[in-house]
Each structure stands twice: as C-alpha cells, then as structure tokens.
Design a protein around this ligand. Structure first.
Ligand code: NAP
Length: 256
C-alpha cells in the first residue's frame, strides 16, 4: 500500500494537495488526510472518493500524535509523500500577541511538523518525497509577524538540513515558500490585527501554488517559490542586509 500523508488537509493548500494527489498521482493508493475538523475531511471523501482516508487529529495534542504513530506501526504503509501543510500565523507585535497564541504557532508550525516528520520517516522508502510548507516569511525576520516568520525560518532550515541528511536514502525535501495565498489562513491571522493592505494585491491562488509545489517536489527541487514577484523578493532578501530591510519595513508600517 503506497500512501500520501497530508496534514492541514481540511482547508486551503492542504485540501488542494489532497485534490492534486488524487487527480494526478494515481500511483498513490490512499491519502491520509489529517486535520481537526472531521466534517471538512468527510467533505474531501465525498469530493474525491474513498482513496481519501479522513484522520481527525489535533497535531498539538500528544494523544493524537500517538494515534498517528500507532496507526503507522499497525499498518506499516509505504509513505511515498508527506505534505506538512498544517500551520498557523497570528499577526501582531511580539509583546502584544497573547502568549497562548504565540505558543500555538510554535507548537503547530515547529513542534508538530518536526514530530510528524520524524514519526513518518521510518515508513518512507527510497524515492519518497517530503513537502514542507514554509513561507516567504522564512527568508528574513518580519516585524508584526515575528514569531510566525521565525517559525517558518525554522521550517526552511530544518527542511534543508533534513534534505541533505536524507539524500543517501533517496528521499527529497521541498520547502514551499509562497507569499500571501488566498485561504482561510487570514481568518486566524487577523484575529488581533489586520494584514497590511498591500498583501491583498499579491494574493496567490492556492491551487496554482500547490500545482507548482508538486511539480517542484516531483523534480526534487529544494525550494518552491510561486510568482515572479516573490522570486524577486527572495533574491532581494538574500542580497540586501536584513537590518536595512527591517528599517524599510518599519518605515512602511507608519504609512499603512
Ligand atoms: N495562506 C498564506 O498566505 C500562506 C502563505 C505562506 C505559507 N503558508 C503556510 O501554508 C500552510 C497552509 O496554510 P493555508 O493557507 O492553507 O491555511 P489554512 O487554510 O488556514 O489551513 C491550515 C490547516 O491547518 C490545520 N490545522 C490548524 N491547526 C491544527 C492542529 N492543531 N492540528 C491539525 N491541523 C491543524 C487546519 O485544519 P483544522 O482547523 O481542521 O485543524 C487547516 O486544514 C501553513 O503552514 C501556512 O503557514 C500560508
């Protein structure tokens, strides 16, 4: 049994990954769709058929992570593809965001992604692929989104190191680093403060971002960056000093 595991499958890019896998990657027998909302996972089964196996779990709850580990141990599947899409961001200055919200980002974006990946690895064979949802926020610190950006820098750094370590095993790791994408992400992100208006103008379509991410993962690329503007941004963030960019960012914030 060759399977794909997709976390954050109930919404946004995660559900687009499920769609793309079912429609395009017929070599995969089953897609384990993980997220908390059972109803939304069942909708995926209705849409894409019984190839989708709903697995309602809260990845920040150790019991649920253990359930995933036990299911893997009991069924011993061959995991061809792992997509870590579950993630959340909450906009606001670090001192202003309630600490529970800050820790929820760290728990899901860092801790859960790491534990899911390490738990799945023993079930991946040569040729396997891991797709980790980082963000363009991974490329440099971001005021007003500091913990989220730091958590995504972790995802990018973790993925690069892991990709190198797994090379001898023939398993590749692709970090997906889009700019803003039109999903329910912003419903949670804007719980304390609105996003800057410019983000609306750069919003990408989740299906297009996921399509490119899958193409890049199948070509075993280390990085998947959607859209020319984000690609240009990534280059600028590589060559310009981050202290300079942070000052520019801060100056723009006084104008928003
Ligand atoms: N949208 C953007 O602008 C953007 C840009 C760059 C990167 N990203 C990253 O891309 C990934 C996908 O984001 P998205 O835009 O598709 O957001 P989304 O529509 O809000 O999806 C987030 C997914 O994570 C799941 N999730 C949240 N908390 C969870 C928990 N405790 N346990 C298990 N699953 C949980 C949610 O499902 P349940 O609520 O059912 O649990 C949902 O399926 C995230 O890692 C995000 O950081 C997003």
């Amino acid at each position: 049994m060759r399977i794909a595991i997709v976390t954050g499958a109930s919404s946004g890019m995660g559900s687009e990954f499920v769609r793309e896998i079912v429609k395009v990657h017929r070599e995969i027998d089953e897609v384990w769709a993980l997220a908390r909302h059972r109803d939304k996972l069942l909708e995926l089964v209705k849409k894409y058929g019984i190839k989708v196996r709903p697995m309602p779990v809260d990845l920040t709850d150790e019991k649920d992570i253990n359930f995933l580990k036990q299911t893997l141990a009991a069924e011993n599947p061959s995991v061809s593809l792992l997509v870590n899409s579950a993630g959340l961001g909450i906009i606001g200055n670090i001192a202003e965001v309630p600490i529970e919200d800050t820790l929820s980002m760290i728990d899901l974006n860092i801790r859960a992604l790491t534990e899911v990946t390490v738990s799945v690895l023993p079930f991946m064979k040569r040729g396997g692929r891991i797709v980790n949802l980082a963000s363009s926020a991974a490329f440099m610190p971001q005021t007003g989104f500091g913990v989220y950006a730091a958590s995504k820098s972790y995802v990018l750094s973790f993925s690069r190191a892991l990709g190198m370590e797994l090379r001898p095993r023939g398993i590749s790791v692709t970090s997906v680093c889009p700019g803003p994408v039109k999903t329910a992400f912003f419903n949670t992100a804007e719980k304390h403060r609105k996003s800057p208006a410019w983000k609306e103008r750069f919003m990408a379509d989740p299906r297009a971002v996921v399509h490119l991410a899958m193409k890049d993962a199948y070509n075993r690329r280390e990085l998947s960056v959607y859209s020319p503007s984000m690609k240009a941004g990534a280059v600028l963030m590589k060559i310009l000093p981050h202290s300079f960019l942070l000052n520019v960012m801060q100056a723009f914030k006084t104008i928003w």
